[in-house]
Design a protein around this ligand. Structure first.
Ligand code: NAD
Length: 503
């Protein structure tokens, strides 16, 4: 393991980066203004590599949430009246600015959420992609006309913005997961109140405020309230103002948010956890399956809803697969993301690390064997491969969200499908076989929102439906699928001739 004791934050003042607001990040963004923290409590934003405090931001209160929604509600009708090309142009400009600030973003991803350079590149690209597609939505699908069963009537289906959109996002891909809602919402004429995760208030929220402000977005259309979920989340999600409550995060909190939103007649859009299976059939190209398996398990320390949580490998390939994966895991450079060449950074916090380590230890106690890794240093958890795993062990049953690859053997395709589906989640997955018809049968039988043949589950394209089933959520993101979430269709009929009523 590389030496991680030195302070990676040394020499980096996030309040002085080019992308930072004039007076630094310690502010809420309301009505187009950077509102200083005042007497609010503060959130220490920590670098997970060094545990050094990077900066502080205000801990938003219930009053701040009320204000953010009230401002958004006032700003929305006028914004929706702007011609679509104007709305699209502002989102496109925000996209361009992300490119201009790519170096600052790379630094922020490294120090705020432990993302290595490779992950920073993926995330900036994803955020730009969702802005590109989102901008295009402004000019798309204004509605349609339908014939009527009533003589002399014309039916018009008019698409209108949903109104105010509440957005709650997690820390793992903060900029992207916020952008994939904020950008299309704004392009479509909605206004937004955004609460980023308390670990990543900068990349999850305030950065977006900054680029949209610079892109010329009128004040009030996007409002950002940093804050602790357990403190203001309930108030945020049950608020009467928003028409849509978009939540990305854990299934447990998502269920609570969804219930509270529905209680206020707000439509929930929930993107939640996963327990994704990577299935390697007996005729698979072993090297390809192993390479995909390593990428799907260890990228961003396994902290993605679509990471591989379980490797299901045919018994005839099992030993070779485990050895090959262990070999790759052992070679991955671990280190502070600011260090050149680091591929595995820290996990986000102690709670997360202790959860991961606990699942590994409990699974070892129940018969699993460590084939690579198994240790940790501070928040750096070694890429770990476990053999002899069964689907009832804690590391397989739970979404471990760590750089851990539990490998489970199976005998038949049917058994692989049964094991893959034996979870409450249904987000993503992958199947390896050169026989695409066979792989397709397995993909069809997997109860997930997404499956990737001869790849791994970690895929997201801005123009392709993204989402899960079961405890992995409801609704779909990206392109036309989020267009349905962020707009409402109004039926306007015109009775052009007098109608004959029965009385
Ligand atoms: P989390 O649910 O603990 O936190 C997510 C967000 O919810 C944060 O902003 C947090 O402040 C907020 N929150 C916490 N308590 C709340 C409450 N009572 N009311 C309202 N909001 C509250 O999630 P996490 O563990 O930090 O993030 C990881 C989880 O997110 C994993 O389960 C992962 O699979 C999931 N995730 C899903 C997707 C997807 O697209 N399906 C993408 C990324 C992450």
């Amino acid at each position: 393991m590389t030496d991680t004791s030195k302070s990676s934050a040394e020499g980096i003042d996030v309040d002085e980066l080019d992308i930072a607001p004039e007076n630094g990040w310690n502010a809420l963004y309301l009505d187009g203004e950077w509102l200083p923290a005042g007497d609010r409590d503060l959130i220490d934003v920590e670098n997970p590599s060094t545990r050094a405090t990077l900066t502080t931001v205000p801990s938003g209160t219930a009053d701040d949430v009320d204000e953010a929604y009230a401002i958004a509600e006032r700003a929305q009708p006028e914004w929706a009246q702007r011609p679509p090309q104007e709305r699209a142009a502002i989102v496109s400009e925000a996209r361009r600015l992300l490119g201009e600030y790519a170096d600052d973003l790379e630094t922020l991803f490294a120090v705020e959420c432990g993302g290595v350079q490779l992950k920073a590149g993926f995330e900036t690209q994803l955020a730009q992609g969702t802005m590109e597609v989102g901008a295009g939505l402004a000019m798309r699908d204004g509605g349609r006309r339908k014939d009527s069963i009533t003589p002399g009537k014309e039916n018009l289906l008019v698409r209108e913005p949903a109104g105010v959109v509440g957005v709650i996002t997690p820390w793992n891909f903060p900029l992207y997961l916020s952008s994939r809602v904020v950008a299309p919402a704004i392009a479509l004429g909605n206004s937004v109140a955004l609460k980023p995760d308390e670990h990543t208030p900068l990349t999850g929220g305030l950065v977006l405020a900054k680029v949209f402000e610079e892109a010329g977005l009128p004040g009030g259309v996007l409002n950002v309230v940093p804050g602790y979920g357990p403190e203001i989340g309930d108030h945020f999600s049950a608020h009467p103002v928003p028409s849509v409550m978009s939540f990305t995060g854990s299934s447990e909190v998502g269920r609570r948010v969804g219930r509270r939103a529905v209680g206020s007649y707000t439509e929930p859009a929930l993107e939640l956890g996963g327990n994704n299976a990577h299935i390697v059939l007996p005729d698979a190209d072993l090297e390809r399956a192993i390479a995909a398996g390593a990428f799907g398990s260890f990228t961003h320390q396994g902290q993605e809803c679509i990471s591989i949580n379980r490797h299901l490998v045919h018994e005839s390939l099992y030993d070779e697969y485990v050895a090959g994966l262990a070999d790759r895991a052992a070679q991955l450079p671990i280190g502070d993301p600011l260090e050149e060449g680091a591929l595995v950074g820290p996990v986000i916090n102690e709670r997360q690390r202790d959860k991961i380590v606990g699942f590994v230890e409990e699974s070892i106690a129940r018969g699993a064997t460590v084939e690579a890794g198994g240790g940790h240093d501070g928040l750096f958890v070694e890429p770990t491969v476990l053999s002899g795993v069964t689907n009832d062990m804690p590391i397989a049953r739970n979404e471990h969200f760590g750089p851990i690859a539990p490998v489970i053997p199976f005998e038949t395709d049917e058994e692989a499908v049964r094991i893959a589906n034996d979870t409450q989640y249904g987000l993503s997955g992958s199947v390896h076989s050169p026989d695409v018809a066979r792989a397709r049968d397995v993909a069809d039988a997997m109860e997930t929102g997404m499956v990737h043949i001869n790849d791994q589950p970690l895929n997201d394209e801005p123009h392709v439906a993204f989402g899960g089933v079961g405890a992995s959520g409801m609704g779909r993101y990206n392109d036309e699928w989020i267009l349905d979430t962020l707009t409402t269709v109004k039926w306007i009929s015109i009775q052009r001739e007098p109608r004959q009523y029965p009385y």
